[in-house]
Each structure stands twice: as C-alpha cells, then as structure tokens.
Design a protein around this ligand. Structure first.
Ligand code: NAD
Length: 499
C-alpha cells in the first residue's frame, strides 16, 4: 500500500503549496504545515499556513475585485462563458483530480472517480450553477396605492466578497457547491480548503487560476483553524459559506457578527433511519444502513443515518444482516478496485471514535461487533472495524453526539409515534430515512421528522435539490436555486413616474 501511494504521488506533477491571491501564485515566507496521508501516514505535501497576514491579502484582493473590478458588472452571458470554459478543463483533468482526492482523504480511487464526490460530479455541479448566471432576476410590483405614482422593482445583486471554508470529506463537491454559485452570482471568493485536503482543491484552483477570471475574483488560502477563524472574522468579508462541524459553525457564527455577515452553515447530523416491520426487505435495509456506516467514507458523511431505529420485532434479524454486510468490507490499498472503505481522516479522530466506543459500553449499550482497530499491514492506516451497538438508549452519548465514523447505534421502538419522538429527540436535524411499504405512513413520518431532508426507502442527496439542516445541523440550504439566492441580496428600487 505504501509503495502504491508513493508511486501515484510521485507520478503527479506536485509542487510545494502556494497561495493564490490577486491572480498570482505566491511563494509563502510564513509558517507551513505538512499534510499526512490517512492510509499510510506519508507526508503528501507542505502547505502555507496563511494566518491573518495571508487572509488580509486575499480579502483585500477579493474586495478590490468586487468593488472596482468587472466581474460583478459583466454581462451575464460573458460571465457564464468564462465559467463554462474552465469547467470543461475540470472534465479533462478528471482522472488526475480523482487521484489527488484519494491521496488527500484516502477515499478508494474507484469511488473518488465514479461517485457523487468525483471530479466529474464536481464539474457537473459547477456547470449547473454556471447555467444560472443569466437567469438571476428580480421582480416588478403592482402599484399599491393611488396616492403616489411610483413603480417598484427589485434587483438581485451579488452579496459581495465570499469566504468559502470547506470540510475534508468531499472537498471537490464542496468547492463546487460554494464556488460555483458564488461566481455565477457575480461574487468574488476566498476559498480555504480543509487542512487535510489541499492537493485536490489546489489542483482545482490551478484550473480556475488559469482561466479568464479577472485578478482577485478567485483566491485560495490554505491553513488550519486559525486561518479559517481569521477569514470568518474579517470585516472585508460579506458572506461566509461553511461546511464542517457544529462546534466550528458556532464559532463562525460568533466571529461573523462584527459586520453582520451573511452565513450559510452546513453542519453535522445524527440522523435516524427508521425501519418498520413492513419494510420491503429487511436484509436490504439492514445492509444499506450498515453499509452507509462501513463503506465509502466509513460513516464520515454528514447525512449518514447513524441511529437505526428498528421495530422491536426485527432486532435479531437486523443485527444478523448488518453483520453479514460488514463481512463484505475490505480495507487496504486505496488504488485497488476491491477496497470498499476510506480510513478515518486522522489519528486524532481515530482516538475520538475509540473513545465513543468505550463510552457506549460504559453507559450500558451492547457492542455486537467491531469498534477495534485492524492489525498487521492495516495498522498503518487509520481504520476502525465497523461497530454495531444494540441496547442503546437515545440518551446515551453515542446516540446524541455526532461520532463521524463507522459506528451504528440500534435503538428499538414499538409504535410509529415512539419512533418519530425518538428521531426528533436530537439537537440535530440534517437528514434521515424511513423504510416502509405503507405509502401513507411513509409520507406521514417523513413530514413529522424535523430535518432539512429525508429519504423514503433510501437516501441520496443530489446537487440540484436543496440540502441543509434545521436545529444544530445548520443555517441555509445548498443546491439549485436556493444556493444562487444565498449569494445574492435583493435591492428594491422605487421610481417616481411623476418627476
Ligand atoms: P471542522 O469544523 O473541523 O473543519 C471544517 C473547516 O473549518 C476546515 O477548513 C477547518 O480548517 C476550518 N476551521 C476550523 N476551526 C475554525 C474556526 N475556528 N473558524 C473558522 N474555520 C475553522 O470539520 P471537518 O472535520 O473538516 O468536517 C466534518 C464535519 O463536517 C462533520 O461535523 C460533518 O457532519 C460536517 N459536514 C457537513 C456537511 C453538510 O452538508 N451538512 C457535509 C460534510 C461534512
């Protein structure tokens, strides 16, 4: 595994990380940090810790480009064409970008290449947003009173300088979901990738940098929390769009108050998958729920239903099918097509998840399997064997807090009302799903769950439908028109027709 990762890394044209500010790649004379591969612990590159100084320069460039430059004032067709031209280049570099994403966060290459987090999906999403550029319209209003002869109309204008702060688990897709609508709306942007996923985002940034965007419209700063914090507090930023943990989301909310920044926060979840006795196939349902926690990103997905609310009559059979699913999990070389699951992003997060496994047992849940680390050749990777807890009370920490790892908690219920009550007894409200063949119940329960989205007999988000959270899962929605709306402000103009 180590040799493969090394040789893929060596085969790509990787330069030491730089900042991209005001149309220039800058060598950085300040502090730097190393990015570590989660499969092998090898160093993948060294990147600038932009800190306050780098952020100040990037925001100043974005501010100038917004206040004085052509981008927000450009004809919509011209703006769209510039976007479409660089999006084509993302399609051309699909394979290389997918490899970089694998080197970044360890997602198996075949999943990095072919799923909804791929470079192709990223380009598709950006293309969809580019298409909005010439469809952003205001309204006119009928005269309200005969006392004045005024015509009222509204214009939808770009919100201004946008700080886009990304999480690590789907870095390409997050880039598309933030930079795509912001640029289409005419904003200027400063992007900060997660400190764990600089390779893939920097490659995307290179494509954007080589486009016909005017200087200062797109800027990239790298760094960890201090850089993100400087960016979200900066008075020159008009809007922060953030994906990450609720804890960081809260600190951004506080830091952004200084100049009343607009905020979109896509945060964590503790979603429920509710399994009724009339689910079409219990084997398929259990496989799906355990699969979401054990394959792909190993449960490190915000919308994963990490609480399985299972009707009491189904418990033993559910556990049996979940155990069968876990037998199909294969860790190892991320460039092998048989590898099913990404490692945990960092050693720190491994320790955190193991702490939850311990806490679940201490509180009285039964660990049916997993929750330990594989040994041998796999010990160098950050894997944790997928864990299933039964006898879980919804009051246990493992049921209340977002673990963000391969841990599924099974909570029994007897009635539909009880299932809904348990699902809603959470500080989160991001997603969820309900498994039943009773269509009336399916819709009734879907409506009763307090969450930003919910699936019936499965769950998959798509980028052209809104996604986001209620309660501690966030503020705002990403996807389709709501995303464009979130990067604009409405201005009302009243026109005195008698003057
Ligand atoms: P994180 O909050 O640790 O980091 C996210 C980003 O914030 C990183 O770029 C980080 O450097 C930056 N950051 C850290 N401290 C900061 C501060 N004080 N001010 C500003 N920026 C700061 O989250 P993570 O571990 O990268 O991602 C996992 C979390 O993201 C999970 O909670 C997951 O549920 C959530 N997530 C949500 C969605 C969604 O669409 N709702 C999607 C993916 C991930």
């Amino acid at each position: 595994m180590t040799e493969t990762v090394q040789s893929v890394h060596a085969s790509l044209d990787l330069r030491p990380g730089q900042l991209f500010i005001d149309g220039q790649w800058l060598d950085w004379d300040g502090p730097r940090f190393d990015q570590i591969n989660p499969n092998t612990q090898q160093v993948m590159g060294s990147f600038p810790e932009a800190g306050e100084r780098g952020v100040n320069e990037a925001v100043a460039a974005a501010r100038k480009a917004f206040d004085e430059g052509p981008w927000p004032r450009m004809a919509a067709q011209d703006r769209k064409r510039i976007l479409q031209r660089f999006i084509e280049r993302i399609y051309d570099a699909e394979e290389e970008i997918a490899k970089l994403q694998t080197l970044d966060n360890g997602i198996p290459y075949h999943l990095s290449r072919n799923t909804r987090v791929s470079a192709k999906a990223t380009a598709d999403v950006m293309d969809s947003y580019a298409g909005w550029a010439d469809k952003i319209t205001g309204e006119t209003y009928p005269q309200f009173t005969a006392a004045s002869n005024m015509q009222y109309m509204s214009f939808r204008e770009p919100v201004g300088v946008v700080a886009a702060i990304l999480a690590w688990n789907a870095p390409l897709l997050m880039f598309a979901n933030k930079v795509g609508p912001a640029l289409a709306a005419g904003c200027t942007v400063v992007v900060k990738p997660s400190e764990y996923t600089n390779l893939s985002v920097t490659r995307l940034a290179r494509i954007v940098a080589e486009s016909d965007l005017p200087p200062g419209v797109f800027n990239l700063v790298t760094g960890a929390g201090a850089t993100g914090s400087a960016l979200s507090a900066h008075p020159g930023v008009d809007k922060v769009t953030f994906t990450g943990s609720p804890q960081t989301g809260r600190s951004i909310l506080l830091a952004s108050g200084g100049n009343m920044k607009r905020l979109s926060l896509e945060l964590g979840g503790k979603s429920a998958g509710i399994v009724f006795p009339d689910t079409r196939s219990l084997a398929a349902t259990a496989t799906q729920l355990m699969g979401l926690c054990s394959t792909f990103l190993s449960g490190q997905v915000c919308s994963t239903p990490s609480r399985a609310l299972v009707h009491r009559s189904l418990l033993d059979e559910f556990v049996h099918h979940a155990a069968e699913q876990v037998k199909k999990v294969k860790f190892g070389n991320p460039f092998e097509s048989t590898t099913t699951s990404a490692p945990i992003i960092s050693r720190r997060q491994v320790e955190r998840i193991l702490g939850y496994v311990e806490s679940g047992q201490q509180e009285g849940a039964t660990l049916q399997f997993g929750g330990d680390r594989p040994g041998g050749d796999l010990a160098e990777g950050n894997w944790i064997n997928p864990a299933l807890f039964t006898n879980v009370s919804n009051q246990f920490r493992v049921a209340r807090e977002e673990i963000f790892g391969p841990v599924l908690c099974v909570i029994p219920f007897d009635t539909e009302e009880e299932a809904v009550r348990i699902a809603n007894d959470s500080e989160y409200g991001l997603a969820g799903c309900v498994f039943t063949t009773d269509v009336t119940r399916a819709l009734r329960v879907a409506r009763a769950i307090r969450s930003g989205s919910i699936g019936i007999n499965g769950y998959a988000s798509v980028p052209n439908a809104p996604m986001g959270g209620v309660k501690s899962s966030g503020i705002g929605r990403e996807g389709g028109w709501p995303s464009i709306e979130a990067f604009t402000e409405l201005k009302t103009v009243n026109f005195n027709l008698d003057a």
